[in-house]
Design a protein around this ligand. Structure first.
Ligand code: ADP
Ligand code: MG
Length: 410
């Protein structure tokens, strides 16, 4: 490529457009996604498209379906390297399909694997981190007016090994590309109108937030709001690239996530929930045992939260699916413990709560009025978390949403 083309490529208004599983699950939905790309192109942007695999578990080309089908073929487990080769296929297929659909509508497009798009990662199969991404190939395509369609969720090591980036990895791909290409914004297209005051799947009256800060969305995502992956928020925040969450299926403006505080004096912006937690209460019999337990769990890649330490007791919660692994660690250490499964962590989030007296009291009162008992709690400067029984999730989310009037317009 000539030097002047490269300069021109740098002045382009690049926009990243990521489409999630439901947006690409069938032809009808993909046509809506294609229309969003064409709309961006017509508005003068140079779009870079990122796609997830087509559909969710149960649908033939979804990642979980591919894994299940291959395991059945093997009649057992696969090692991490081979599993990543299989897991990367869903997005690869999806990228080829989307690029072909753009071509069919008269737009030059090119499907790329994560590696072909310059996403070099470390060697942690299943949860790789992108290191030193290389923008040259994407820039060259953009300079030629071609729309790159990048397979999300995957990368490649320096030794050409295929890796995947972990759950929510396509969001991460989009965020990394946004920073790498200094995009105007990274758009995340999904099946809801934006970031909402609670998960609309359990609270229909939840409201769309027009603007919210990176750190608040990070707290929401980190505490179970699966609308965006926390890593994608963190990457966009560090690169200072605006993140916009929008609905593939309508033309609403969505939610703009930047550093600006846009929620005035509202104490809370959102209530998040993570309904897949288990609480462990371990008995500590000698000094220093807590640290040893926490270290051994970390060695097994079990992340824990809501940690409370008492003189002879250690309380914490983990992802329920990791329970067998965690119990094995504790049993090997001969630590006496009890487990309470089927818990939910409810998190009230808002940067304006910092220094406001009485927020915790209001939360506890609202939960008590609804008959929800709190098993454990923790707080940080913009988040207050309560652990409750999972069967009371909807009740608790509704109680906090109502107490802080989150259904009211901003
Ligand atoms: P995609 O397949 O497009 O990545 P996801 O299923 O990962 O979509 O994320 C979208 C879903 O996130 C929504 O359908 C919604 O149920 C859920 N969600 C949870 N919390 C929130 C929230 N605070 N705002 C919006 N959506 C949320
Ligand atoms: Mg998602």
């Amino acid at each position: 490529m000539r030097q002047e083309d490269l300069c021109c490529a740098r002045d382009m208004q690049i926009i990243i457009q990521k489409f999630g599983g439901t947006s690409v699950r069938n032809r009808e939905n993909r046509l809506k996604a294609v229309a969003k790309v064409i709309q961006a192109k017509k508005s003068g942007y140079s779009p870079v498209v990122v796609v997830s695999a087509m559909g969710r578990l149960g649908e033939p080309y979804a990642t979980d379906s591919l894994i299940a089908a291959m395991k059945e073929q093997i009649g057992g487990e696969m090692n991490a390297r081979e599993q990543d080769m299989v897991m990367s296929c869903g997005e690869t297929l999806s990228a080829a399909v989307m690029a072909s659909m753009l071509e069919a509508q008269g737009y030059a497009a090119r499907a790329l694997t994560g590696g072909q798009a310059g996403l070099y990662t470390d060697e942690r199969f299943g949860s790789a981190n992108v290191e030193h991404p290389q923008p040259e190939r994407l820039r060259a395509l953009l300079a030629e007016g071609i729309i790159p369609v990048v397979a999300g969720f995957q990368g490649v090591t320096r030794d050409a090994e295929i890796t995947t980036l972990g759950r929510g990895g396509s969001d991460t791909t989009a965020a990394v590309l946004g920073v790498m290409l200094r995009a105007e914004m990274t758009e995340i297209y999904t099946d809801v109108d934006g970031i909402m005051t609670a998960d609309p799947a359990i609270l229909p009256e939840a409201r769309v937030l027009s603007g919210v800060s990176y750190s608040e969305v990070f707290q929401m995502a980190d505490n179970g709001a699966k609308v965006i992956h926390p890593k994608a928020v963190e990457i966009s925040m560090r690169g200072n690239i605006p993140l916009v969450i929008r609905n593939t299926f309508n033309d609403k403006p969505g939610t703009r996530i930047t550093n600006d505080q846009q929620n005035g004096l509202d104490v809370l912006v959102s209530v998040a929930h993570d309904a897949n937690r288990a609480q462990i209460v371990a008995e500590m019999e000698r000094p220093g045992e807590e640290a040893e337990v926490l270290r051994r769990l970390a060695d097994e890649q079990i992340s824990i939260d809501l940690i409370n330490i008492f003189p002879q007791k250690l309380l914490f919660t983990i992802d329920q699916r990791l329970l067998p692994k965690a119990r094995a660690v504790l049993e090997a250490m001969q630590v006496r413990h009890s487990v309470r499964a089927d818990c939910c962590k409810i998190s009230a989030i808002g940067s304006a709560m910092h220094g406001v007296p009485g927020v915790t009291a209001r939360i506890l009162q609202a939960l008590a009025r609804s008959g929800v008992s709190v098993l454990q709690s923790a707080d940080s400067h913009m988040t207050i978390c309560c652990l409750i029984d999972a069967s009371q999730t909807a009740l608790a989310v509704r109680a906090l949403h109502g107490e802080f009037h989150l259904e009211r317009a901003q």
